[in-house]
Design a protein around this ligand. Structure first.
Ligand SMILES: Nc1nc2c(ncn2[C@@H]2O[C@H](COP(=O)(O)OP(=O)(O)OP(=O)(O)O)[C@@H](O)[C@H]2O)c(=O)[nH]1
Ligand SMILES: [Mg+2]
Length: 245
């Protein structure tokens, strides 16, 4: 199966070369798409230098910072147009270890629609995050899964593989959320579309270098998104009941 790895970047000049090299080392046959939002630190130039040296790396350079969701949508669309069977997403800051990529691929090859590298299944770990950030992530995930009835422990995880067939079925191109909200909305869509999800444990580490792009706005968006999706689900259930009787 043809695998594409989508790497969103904003100001990751200090990490992107190592990420590209490690993706190549662990998935030698995969294509990599770096989606950069015009990073002021010149990430796109650094990524292009890696592409010239390593090959099979495409840099999609966008003019401004339009957010993580838009970057993934553009990366997936490019991958699908070029014949992808499996789309992987991985952060550029080395929080996710590219050594687990073959396991992500194997899960899709064995029939999963979505494979999640999860911090919150037995064996999963978060290393070097301050306790407040760990608590926000852990309880944010409990909130999202509890309210939406998702049997998923790490719905905000950014290390994932999707089968392209499932991406089409869930109409990923109409998912509007950004940041963590994008991961939650994608997970919710897949569950509602009857997709099969596999979670396996990973160790998530604080970013290797560079600065965080997480903001209060992104966290707030994720929380209100969960409420919106819950309302949509409730409306859908009522309409189905009305139609049925
Ligand atoms: N193209 C693009 N990439 C982004 C944007 N925001 C974040 N990213 C990238 O998305 C990935 C995840 O973002 P991070 O900033 O690492 O978010 P995080 O892991 O929650 O928080 P930190 O690691 O503390 O920064 C990284 O590779 C970022 O460079 C954006 O607006 N556009
Ligand atoms: Mg990060």
């Amino acid at each position: 199966m043809q695998v594409f790895v989508v790497v969103p970047t904003f100001d990751e000049a200090s990490n992107i070369t190592a990420v590209c090299e490690q993706i190549r080392a662990h998935l030698p046959d995969a294509e990599t798409i770096v989606v950069d939002d015009g990073s002021p630190d010149g990430t796109a130039d650094v990524a292009r230098a890696a592409a010239d040296r390593l090959g099979r790396i495409t840099v999609l350079e966008r003019s401004g910072k339009t957010g993580l969701g838009a970057a993934y949508r553009a990366g997936f669309a490019e991958a699908i147009a070029r014949g992808a069977d499996i789309c992987i997403q991985i952060d550029a800051d080395l929080s996710h270890d590219p050594a687990v990529l073959p396991a992500l691929v194997a899960n899709i090859e064995h029939g999963a629609d979505l494979a999640i590298g999860s911090r919150y299944v037995p064996g999963g770990l978060t290393v070097d995050w301050p306790w407040a950030r760990r608590a926000l992530s852990r309880w944010g995930n409990r909130y999202a899964a509890g309210v939406l009835g998702l049997a998923v422990n790490d719905a905000t995880a950014g290390l994932r593989a999707y089968s392209v067939e499932a991406l089409g079925r869930m109409r990923f191109d109409t998912v509007g959320a950004e940041g963590y909200g994008f991961q939650v909305e994608m997970t919710h869509r897949l569950v509602r579309a009857g997709g099969r999800i596999v979670e396996f444990p990973i160790t998530f580490r604080e970013r290797a270098s560079g600065t965080s792009k997480m903001s209060k706005r992104i966290i707030g968006e994720a929380f209100s998104l969960v409420a919106r999706l819950w309302l949509e689900d409730r409306r859908g259930r009522r309409q189905r009941r009305r139609r049925g009787g």
